[in-house]
Design a protein around this ligand. Structure first.
Ligand SMILES: Cc1cc2nc3c(=O)[nH]c(=O)nc-3n(C[C@H](O)[C@H](O)[C@H](O)COP(=O)(O)O)c2cc1C
Length: 151
């Protein structure tokens, strides 16, 4: 009986001291954010989840920029495919996005605005083409979050 109790206590101590794995959720069109996401996952031991659009973005850069501009101006949240069923198990979620027109890309906005990360620690990161993160982090407030700190 004593052994059983001890085993249970050690088990509890282990599960409370060992931190749960984080998740790295990211969207990418050309692979840059995916590369960054893989580095974050390697460094933190996190699982990876690629955010995918129900209707893929056009292949041409000009069309991509025009569609993104329209979506951002109109506040359109393009539908994304379902996220992992076990997402509730993650306490910490890194969220990666390309910078689009100086802000967070619309597929990542869909993910954030869904509310599925409410109550979790959300750590955003972005890749960009030289213009900097710009309003990407402060604009997370538009997705139901406060200004999120960059890493
Ligand atoms: C629609 C669109 C808008 C973009 N807007 C910006 C921008 O405002 N500033 C910037 O530095 N780069 C901008 N870029 C470049 C991307 O942020 C950059 O190439 C990024 O690393 C792409 O990530 P990905 O390969 O994961 O898609 C834009 C690219 C696209 C397709």
């Amino acid at each position: 009986m004593k052994k059983l109790l001890l085993g249970a206590l050690i088990g509890t101590a282990l599960t409370t001291t060992v931190e749960a794995k984080p998740l790295v959720a990211y969207f990418t069109l050309t692979g840059n954010t995916e590369n960054a996401a893989k580095i974050v996952a390697e460094e933190t031991g996190a699982d990876l989840y690629k955010i995918e659009l129900v209707t893929p973005y056009p292949a041409e850069y000009k069309e991509q920029t025009e569609l993104a501009k329209k979506e951002l101006a109109e506040g359109t949240l393009p539908p994304i495919k379902p996220w992992p069923e076990n997402i509730g198990e993650y306490d910490v979620v890194f969220v990666g996005s390309p910078v689009w027109w100086g802000t967070m890309s619309t597929p990542v906005r869909t993910f954030l605005a869904s509310g599925v990360l409410k109550g979790k620690k959300v750590i955003p990161f972005v890749t960009h083409g030289g213009g900097g993160a710009d309003n990407s982090f402060s604009d997370t407030a538009q997705c139901g979050y406060g200004r999120l700190e960059r890493i």
